[in-house]
Design a protein around this ligand. Structure first.
Ligand SMILES: *Cc1c(COP(=O)(O)O)cnc(C)c1O
Length: 452
């Protein structure tokens, strides 16, 4: 057999072994990064057969792997991988298409165009929106907020492309007090500094009266308002139907960070959480969270596709660019992985009802966690559990932290410790297609043991 076939066969065998081990193995890693480094060894003096290198990966890295694609991973907000998307991702690597220009890579551009169209349809957003697929939610926020910055300054007669930001009228960015930290990071990268935080209610929703107040005390500066679909602690959604008209009346661009929450709009039962959200100017979400495609894939959606291409596009005399727009016109990077292919595969395998059912199942499991946690003596569930997040206190901060540590040592599941409203909390995020009712029950039993 050729070296290539040997290497791919080894990778296939190791991948299947890994995936088959997920239901049984401990969720946290069993080796540290330095232990894995030691097992991998030093830079070899010369070439080695590819299959030997792949086998070394399996043997040395294996113990340091975390069961993120398994059903009992509830850490941060991380999705698993639906089978069709995983298999498509292997093809994406084998095809190795630099999916930037439609004349060069028509197949993967077609897949991305179709994925864009299907996403807008599922999310109930206008079909003429521009869609870009950067690496994740952070870069999707970046893509949208750069476009927003350029647009509000252009409306004020200032062309950022020509003149930069120095001496510009400036941009005011209003965010809810509980926005995701990636929004701050992105604004920093954009040279805008820290945003102005608007007060949030007890579940973390931006207070629309406070937003109206902040906008009324504006100085006429071009303004961007960042709203949120899915708070990482409470799972709650801002009141878009109330907030967006207030922001638009003040001439602001409205962006929604919906890294994991935007897909609520794909479910007839949960769509009410996003009511009114289609009036925004841009939306950011992740395919590697709720949609369960492999890392990494974000989704940036902008109503005004010309504005998106104006901010993200570039020109090179050697590039064959089409009037219809190119995938690389809508993202910060130039060379790029064919991310649309895995998104297409996930959507093609789940179908309309499968996407809805996926999000609804996450919510049902979050409800099971909320009910089960509330029955453990001394536990207080701190959020309203409207979506896929559950946040609980085990009494004192010390005890909550102890339970988080005991859960890690137990290995049954991964739950995350955090701080919310000045209290230590244990967070459970439902985001994995492979989580079963039995997984939830086993995790609740582990939580009971940890709290005993
Ligand atoms: C995860 C998350 C992000 C960042 O997305 P990445 O894909 O990790 O870059 C932004 N906002 C919210 C609300 C998130 O949950």
């Amino acid at each position: 057999m050729s070296e290539l076939h040997d290497a791919l066969d080894t990778a296939h065998r190791l991948a299947v072994e890994w995936l088959d081990s997920l239901p049984e193995r401990d969720v946290p890693p069993q080796a540290s990064a330095s232990e894995v480094m030691a097992a991998l060894g030093e830079l070899p003096d010369g070439p080695r057969p590819a299959s030997e290198v792949v086998q070394l990966l399996g043997t040395a890295a294996g113990p340091g792997l975390t069961a993120i694609p398994g059903g009992r991973w509830y850490g941060m907000v991380m999705g698993g991988t639906v089978p069709a998307a995983l298999a498509a991702d292997w093809l994406v690597s084998a095809w190795d298409q630099n999916s930037a220009l439609r004349a060069v890579t028509p197949a993967t551009v077609a897949l991305e165009d179709l994925a864009d169209r299907w996403l807008l349809d599922l999310l109930g957003l206008p079909p003429q929106c521009g869609v870009g697929m950067p690496t994740g939610g952070t870069m999707a926020n970046f893509t949208c907020l750069v476009t927003a910055r350029d647009a509000v300054l252009r409306a004020a007669g200032w062309d950022v492309r020509e003149r930069g930001l120095t001496d510009s009228p400036g941009v005011r960015v209003l965010v809810g007090a509980e926005r995701h930290d990636s929004v701050d990071k992105v604004l920093r990268l954009m040279g805008l500094g820290a945003p102005e935080a608007v007060a949030a209610d007890e579940q973390g929703r931006i207070r629309v009266d406070a937003l109206a107040d902040a906008l009324a005390h504006g100085t006429g500066t071009p303004t961007v308002v960042v709203l949120q679909a899915g708070n990482v602690h409470s799972g709650c959604f801002d009141d878009f139907a109330a907030a967006i008209p207030v922001a638009h009346a003040a001439g602001a661009w409205v962006h929604i960070d919906g890294a994991f929450g935007l897909f609520a709009a794909a479910s007839p039962r949960l769509r009410h959480l996003t009511a009114g959200y289609e009036a925004a100017d841009s939306w950011a979400t992740d395919a590697h969270k709720t949609l369960n495609v492999p890392y990494d894939c974000g989704i940036a959606i902008v109503r005004d596709v010309a504005a998106l291409r104006g901010s993200m596009g570039m020109h090179g005399d050697y590039l064959i660019q089409d009037e219809a727009g190119e995938p690389f016109d809508r993202v910060p990077e130039m060379s790029r992985r064919a991310r649309g292919t895995t998104v297409w595969a996930a959507l093609a395998s789940l179908g309309r009802s499968g996407v809805a059912e996926l999000v609804e199942r996450f919510c049902r499991h979050a409800g099971m966690f909320a009910g089960g946690l509330a029955r453990i003596p001394g536990v207080e569930v701190l959020n309203d559990v409207v979506f896929t997040q559950v946040c609980a206190s085990f009494g004192s901060d010390e005890r909550t932290r102890q339970v988080v540590e005991r859960m890690l040592a137990d290995g049954t599941a991964w739950t995350t410790g955090s701080r919310w409203h000045d209290r230590a909390v244990l967070r459970v995020a439902l985001c994995n297609w492979s989580t079963t009712d039995a997984d939830v029950r086993a995790t609740l039993e582990a939580l009971q043991r940890a709290a005993a």
